[in-house]
Design a protein. Structure first.
Length: 307
């Protein structure tokens, strides 16, 4: 079972209904109602135990598995980013069309790999520009996170996710000539493979070195402040998402698919996530950490979180 209980700031665990009845709220009532409704619908429609989607193959496979088989509690606030993502998707979801160009929105595709079924829902697929297939994915992101996309391009997980979608598309007869990810914060939309402006507040104009190496053209002075700081608009070229060949995508997916299948069909616990994932996820972003730690202890081990 997925998220079924609310974890209060004081450490108490409450049912969703008890949380909604609380008069000393830690998060807006209507937002909580929407969050819980979304979660209840997810439980009813999508929790099928061995349903393996492209996104399930990313990040920590153990947390993917545990989040589906146990009830867990988490603070209401931690569900907000997911609901926010759904809202933004609704805003940009466009109707399908066949003429003059093919466009498919929210297209769910299926394919089999080593006898196992995998699925993925493509946000947007278009056949356009001289029959070139463009696969597009929309991501919501915090305003603070956008600078990393502007400096370095798409997140590694998102590159893999969209390449799995591209593989699924090819398996279903859709050509993919380009992958584009649109990162949407409340203030700005940044697309991979295009240009974007990052505003910086510095005494001197920033130069195109180090993390700013992809800056193009001179920074534009927008405003001077009495403190001496200046506001600069800097234009960056965002790297495009690379398209990996089928075999590279299969090499990435196959072992993960086997691990998840073994977990769902034979209750074989996936190993803890790799170091890079544990570094950011275990502390603060994992709702099933207590269960993970309990498993490690039962095996005579300790969960190690790299610093
Ligand atoms: S605590 Fe870390 S390793 Fe364990 S399930 Fe959560 S993310 Fe994975």
């Amino acid at each position: 079972m997925p998220w079924t209980k609310a974890l209060c700031p004081d450490g108490q665990t409450k049912t969703f209904d008890e949380c909604l009845a609380c008069r000393d709220r830690c998060l807006d009532q209507e937002v909580c109602e929407a969050l819980f409704e979304n979660e209840r619908n997810w439980q009813a429609e999508e929790h099928t135990g061995d349903h393996i989607s492209a996104t399930a193959l990313l990040g920590c496979l153990r947390s993917t598995y545990l989040e589906r088989i146990i009830d867990y509690a988490q603070p209401p606030q931690s569900g907000w980013w997911s609901l926010r993502g759904k809202l933004i998707h609704k805003l940009v979801e466009r109707p399908d069309m066949d003429n003059p160009y093919l466009r498919r929105s929210e297209m769910r595709l299926f394919a089999r790999l080593n006898g196992l079924q995998l699925s993925g829902q493509l946000d947007n697929y278009q056949l356009r520009f001289l029959e070139q297939g463009v696969l597009k994915d929309f991501k919501s992101i915090g305003d603070n996170g956008l600078q990393y996309i502007i400096h370095d391009g798409a997140k590694e997980d998102h590159v893999w996710q969209t390449n799995i979608y591209a593989w699924l598309a090819r398996q279903n007869g859709y050509r993919v000539d380009a992958i584009e990810i649109a990162y949407m914060s409340l203030m700005q939309v940044v697309n991979t493979g295009t240009r974007a402006v990052l505003t910086e507040y510095l005494m001197s104009p920033p130069s195109a070195t180090g993390k700013r190496k992809r800056m193009i053209g001179p920074p534009r002075l927008v405003k001077r402040y009495p403190s001496g700081k200046k506001k600069w608009d800097c234009t960056y070229q965002i790297p495009p998402v690379p398209i990996y060949p089928d075999q590279q995508v299969i090499d990435f997916m196959a072992p993960r698919l086997m691990i998840l299948h073994a977990a769902f069909s034979d209750a074989i616990m996936p190993l803890v996530a790799e170091n890079e994932v544990r570094k950011w996820k275990c502390e603060g972003y994992c709702a099933v950490r207590a269960h993970c730690e309990a498993h490690e202890e039962s095996m005579g081990r300790k969960l190690v979180i790299p610093s």
